[in-house]
Structure formats: structure tokens, C-alpha cells
Design a protein around this ligand. Sequence first.
Ligand SMILES: *Cc1c(COP(=O)(O)O)cnc(C)c1O
Length: 379
Amino acid sequence: MYQEFISFTKKTFNTEAFIPLHAPIFLGNEKKYLNECIDSTFVSSVGKFVDQFEADVAKFTGAKHAIATSNGTSALHIGLLMAGVSKEDEVITQPLTFIATCNAISYIGAYPIFVDVDKETLGLSPEKLEYFLVNNTEVINGECINKSTKRKIKAVVPMHTFGFSANIEELVSVCNRYNIKVVEDAAESLGSSYKGQHTGTYGLVGAFSFNGNKTITTGGGGMLITNDDAIAKKAKHITTTAKIPHPWDYEHDMIGFNYRLPNINAALGCAQLEKLPYILERKKVLSNKYDTFFKDKSIEYLRGPKDSNSNYWLNAVMLENLEARNYFLKETNEAGVMTRPIWKLMNTLTMFKNAQTGNLDNAEWFEDRIVNIPSSVII
Ligand SMILES: *Cc1c(COP(=O)(O)O)cnc(C)c1O
């Protein structure tokens, strides 16, 4: 069976060489815009490609505003600040995520609380979130207080795992009842929608990443999206050193960040975004091929939730148990077909081993079984 998968993958990617998990693809105006950017000398922190890229991402996602950042982690960091998270506050997220989600929470001096993921979506479970909130918190003067720590729970960060949408509508509705802001970690889900609406637009803010391994890339980069005018203005200000616009004066009115996306990275992003519809189409073709291949096999291919349209960023399969998973990882990687286990649960890492958690049955089940398989665009 594993040999059959290895042969199928080599045939699908039409190569006998090493097959990476996810390689970027440059099919359009990338070199043209990069040349234009270099010729203009505006390669750094300001320039027309930054403005263009922000406008294009806002248009594509249907968000009112988009603010470019240096990477996805910085977009999350600012998103949490915009949600009012400060030192000694608490933020609920899922244990099954990339470390950046928790790093952003920690940069503020806030504490993550881990609540389980949903079996169907791999995103934060609305039912388990509600269960946690009912049993562990009370709303006092409009603020959600954790009864055991007496700290405020200011935000919930659901993550759209591998491009599958979390049950975001339900999550937002639970959070509204507890007066908690939703910051969507949409780093992996550009091009994914839930009930026809783009991920990242349900919460107060949403964060994307344009790292080299994501659906489209700027080399390194990120974007914060929001429909809130005041938050958009504040986010732009704080990510650009909090400078008061003036032809020559250096006036800054608060501690800001240098989280700007360089124009040269934005140039790459503009060209990549033009090809996103095509990239999504081709990723769907690959997903359909995997789906057909695994239909009559003992390994389950994860197709994602019903109510959503996935970007199929990273394809994933579920093995029978930890032993089968480890054997699959060994066989495929030794054959030059790159596969990776899903992340270790955040609550098992030394930095977060004392974090409060709910029951994590689903996350623990997935941790032992899920493996990502090659997901680059095939032409
Ligand atoms: C990639 C990713 C990020 C962070 O993006 P960077 O651009 O690498 O900082 C955050 N969260 C998740 C879930 C990611 O996959």
C-alpha cells in the first residue's frame, strides 16, 4: 500500500526526483513586477506595490481593509493587540496549530488556554469552547473572567487548519455571548471560504501568511484584514512605527512596530495574487486525484468540512495509529516523497506545559495519526 502511494505520487508529480511538501510556483508577472520595483528604487518600506497588494487582498477576500505586515506572525501579534489583549490577559486557542499562533499570544505577555478541535474541521470546536466557557468563566461588567486564575479572557483564536474552515460562524456566536473578540488565524486559508464568505472576515480581524510554503508567497510576508475602519487605521499606524504623517517631521505618538512589508515583497505578492484563482483550481485537481486514489485504500484522505470551500493548501491523510503513522513517514521520506506529521500539541511544549486546557481528546487522536502529503501545484 505504501509503495503504491509512493508510485502514485511520483506519477502525479511526474518526477523521480525528490518531491517536497509544498513548493511555490511562479507563472505570471513575478519577474516583471520585481524588475519594475527595482527600477523604481522603491524596494523597501513604502511603495506602490504595498498599496496595490493591500487593495488586491481586500478585494479578493471581500474584507473592507487589508494591512500588509512583515509576516503572518506579526499580523497575528497586531490582530491580538487590536482585540484589546494585553499583558496578563488570557487567549483561548487550539492545541493543534503551528507555534506562531502561541508565539503571538506570548509576545504580549498573555497566556494561551487550549480548547479541543472539532473532528470534522480540525479547527477549534464551538461545542468544546462553549463547554469550557460555561464551566470555567463568568461575565462580570461585560468582561469574561476565568474563575480559576481571575484573569480576563480577551480573545479566541481559531485556526483554519490546512485551509479547512473552522466552524467560524458558530465560534463567533459563542464568543459574542461571552463578549470575547475573535482573531482568525487564517494564515493557511487564503482562498478558503465558509458558506461562501472568505475565512478571516468573520472575526474582528483575520491574519494571513505569505511565507514560502503557503498557497501564495511574497518570500516572507503577512496581511491583517478587517471590516472595522477604526481598527484598520490603528493597525496601519502601529505596524508602521506609529509615525504621524508629515513631509519631514519625525513625530511618533506611541510605541509602534516596524512590521512593514517591503515593497519588493509586495511586488511578488501582486503577481502571485493574480494567479491565485488558477492555483486554487489546480490544487483542487490534485485533491480530487488523492481522493480517488485513497477511496479503496486503508488510509483515510481528509476532504474537509461540508460547509466550506477549501484551498487544499496541505493535503492530509489519517493513518490507523501512531505505529502506522511512523512507518508511513519513514517509508515515504526514504523514497524521496516528503511527508510530515501534524504539529506536536502546543500544550506538550515546554513553554506551554502549565497552560490551562480543556479535554483534548480529538487533538490527541489527530496528533498520532495525521500526516501531510505532497501538495504543490501540478500543471
Ligand atoms: C504559517 C503560519 C503562521 C505564521 O506565518 P509566518 O508568515 O511564518 O509568520 C501562523 N499560523 C499558522 C497556523 C501558520 O500556518
